[in-house]
Each structure stands twice: as structure tokens, then as C-alpha cells.
Design a protein around this ligand. Structure first.
Ligand code: AHG
Ligand code: MN
Ligand code: MN
Ligand code: MN
Length: 334
């Protein structure tokens, strides 16, 4: 008997929590796990493959699409298409939604929104990158799924997770009953339970924000950054500044150690940079399930109305006490 629990075994064990489910969600999570292993294989030898650098085009975000953005996107869409449990994919890398209308999939229950490769600017410099996924139940009646099926509030998510391709590769996910982390054991090609029932510390001493944009931040954010930097032994300040540029990596560190990640609005980007559907909502679901807090500076992220697929939102996410403190500065005006 092995002394580890694989992702597959865990999903089946937890299946009992969902008496109404007939295994579709379990199989969908399995399909995502398979694609993650394929992407991990390429990430781990990216320097030896022709997979670094730009793909030579600009995506709907106006970003220079990286080869690994394209590769990861293709792998996850292919795994979801062949798995048969997903009737539509929404991806950061595709302007419009991708209905999957094969005989098996077109009546499938679930929609998947995905950021196939998060932290693309870090690919060529061997800094951790990630994948983020969010799963919804379709709400449209029979027939091809519709855009409205994915424009659901974050509170409607059935599951959410991320993969971090770091010093080790981990898959962290929630189905609304806590957060569990699995580490890929390359010797057996399985994600094994390594971080059961993950909880984010209620407070912390790490703040993550791109201070290069300081002059463009709202006054409240500037004041909070200064608060983090002031010497105050009683509240363990000054805090430590840690910012990787891959949201998954910054968030994963703060989930384990405690901390706050902020990507606020600026004059140039009034809704911030991060995308609500496939970055903010899934990561907020996870952090809330781990006991943390995620808002746009005033409103709970999961309650923000979703109007367009690539909608952006400011985000304050992490340890509850730190997010509350940062929010208290947001009443300040420019
Ligand atoms: P993506 O690579 O999926 O486009 O996301 C990048 C995001 C996020 O991962 C990261 O926190 C943020 O962009 C970094 O933005 P800045 O370089 O503007 O700080
Ligand atoms: Mn991108
Ligand atoms: Mn991203
Ligand atoms: Mn991305």
C-alpha cells in the first residue's frame, strides 16, 4: 500500500461529498491534471526546446503572445475537448469563447475559464509561472453553450485552482470545501497530496505590489505602501516586499506564509490589469476557502458583476487582516 494519496484517489475519496455528482467534475479535474503534466514537461525543458520567446503576434489583451502561452493554451483546450466533460472553454488567449460541440461534449455540464500560462513575462528567465482555472456549471438550456454561461459571478464557481510550475510543480484547488495542494512526483507522474486543508495566516508581513507604478497609484494605495514601510515593532513593520510578476507565484507564497497581493487601478488602467474571469475570481475563491479575503478595494471580488469576458478588476487579496487594513486606506481620495 503506498503512503501517499494521488490527485485521482483524493478526488474519488471526496466524491462522497457530492452525492448528486456522477463523476463528471472528478473527470474534468483529472483532464486538467493531465494537461498540467504535459505543460509542466515543456516548461521544465523550455530552454532546450524552441518554446521560449515570442510567438510573433499580439493577443486580445494587447500583449506579445509568448510561444508557451500558445502551447499551454493548445494543451488545455485539447485536454478539455477530448475529456468530454466540458462544453465550452474561455481563455485569456482567445478573443471569444470556444464552444466544444462534439457529440459527447455539447451536452456536458461544465464550463472552464482558463489563464493557460500566468506570468508569461517570466518564461524566458526561468522564474515560476502558472496556470489558473475556474469551473462553472452551464446555465443555458440544451444546445451549444453561450457566452452568458461563463459571464457568471465568482460566487457561482463550482471549482477553481492553479498549477505553479516552480521549484516543484504543484496543483492547488478547491471545490468549495477547503483548499488542498498536490505536488507532482515526476518519478511516478502523479500529483500527490502534500498540502492538505491549506489555510492562509490571518495576518502577515509580506506585501506584493509593483512599486514601479507608485506614482500612478491612487492616494490610498500610496498611503498603504507607506504604512507597510513604517517602523513599528508592535505590528511587525516594516513589512517585506516580495513581487515576482507571476500572480500565481506571488499568491501561492502569500497563501503559505501570509501576505497581501495588490494590483490596483491606475489612471492609465482604471480597472487595473488582472482579468476577473480567469485570474481574480478563481484565485479569490481559493483564498476565501483558505480563510483569506479578496476585494477590489471595497467590493468582494466574487460578487463583482461579470459583463465581458476579458473584464479587468483591481484586486486586494490575501491575509484577511492585511486586506482589511489596506481597504481602510482606500477611502482616501487623490
Ligand atoms: P499573464 O502572464 O497571464 O498575462 O498574467 C500576468 C499578470 C500576473 O501574473 C502578474 O501578477 C502581473 O501580470 C504582472 O503585471 P506587471 O508586470 O504589470 O506588474
Ligand atoms: Mn497574458
Ligand atoms: Mn495571468
Ligand atoms: Mn496568461
Amino acid at each position: 500500500m503506498n503512503n501517499f494519496t494521488t490527485l485521482g484517489q483524493f478526488i474519488i475519496e471526496k466524491q462522497a461529498d457530492f452525492p448528486y455528482a456522477k463523476g463528471e467534475l472528478s473527470r474534468l479535474l483529472r483532464d486538467i491534471g493531465i494537461a498540467a503534466k504535459i505543460v509542466n514537461r515543456e516548461v521544465n525543458k523550455a530552454g532546450l526546446m524552441d518554446i521560449l520567446g515570442s510567438a510573433g503576434n499580439t493577443n486580445i489583451q494587447g500583449e506579445s503572445q509568448q510561444k508557451l502561452d500558445v502551447y499551454a493554451n493548445e494543451q488545455f483546450i485539447s485536454a478539455l475537448r477530448s475529456g468530454g466533460e466540458c462544453c465550452m472553454v474561455a481563455s485569456e488567449e482567445n478573443e471569444t469563447v470556444i464552444p466544444i460541440d462534439s457529440a459527447v461534449s455539447k451536452s456536458a455540464k461544465y464550463i472552464v475559464a482558463i489563464d493557460p500560462l500566468d506570468g508569461s513575462s517570466n518564461i524566458d528567465v526561468n522564474v515560476p509561472v502558472g496556470t489558473i482555472f475556474s469551473i462553472y456549471r452551464r446555465i443555458s438550456p440544451e444546445g451549444p453553450a453561450l457566452l452568458s454561461d461563463v459571464l457568471q459571478k465568482g460566487t457561482e464557481q463550482v471549482a477553481a485552482g492553479y498549477i505553479i510550475y516552480g521549484s516543484s510543480t504543484m496543483l492547488v484547488y478547491t471545490t468549495g470545501r477547503g483548499v488542498n495542494g498536490f505536488t507532482l512526483d515526476p518519478s511516478i507522474g502523479e500529483f500527490c497530496l502534500s498540502h492538505p486543508e491549506m489555510k492562509i495566516p490571518e495576518n502577515g508581513t509580506i506585501y506584493s505590489i509593483n512599486e514601479g507604478y507608485y506614482v500612478h497609484f491612487p492616494q490610498g494605495v500610496k498611503s498603504y505602501i507607506k504604512y507597510c514601510q513604517v517602523e513599528d515593532e508592535a505590528s511587525n513593520r516594516p513589512y517585506t516586499s516580495r513581487y515576482i510578476g507571476s500572480m500565481v507565484a506571488d499568491l501561492h507564497r502569500n497563501l503559505i506564509k501570509g501576505g497581501i497581493f495588490i494590483y490596483p487601478c491606475t489612471a492609465a488602467a482604471p480597472n487595473g490589469k488582472l482579468r476577473l474571469v480567469y485570474e481574480c475570481n478563481p484565485l479569490s475563491f481559493i483564498i476565501e476557502q483558505a480563510g483569506g479575503r479578496a476585494t477590489n478595494g471595497s467590493t468582494r471580488i466574487l460578487e463583482v458583476e461579470v459583463n465581458t469576458l476579458h473584464q479587468r478588476s483591481p484586486i486586494f487579496i490575501g491575509s484577511e487582516q492585511m486586506v482589511l487594513k489596506a481597504e481602510s486606506f482606500m477611502n482616501e481620495v487623490f
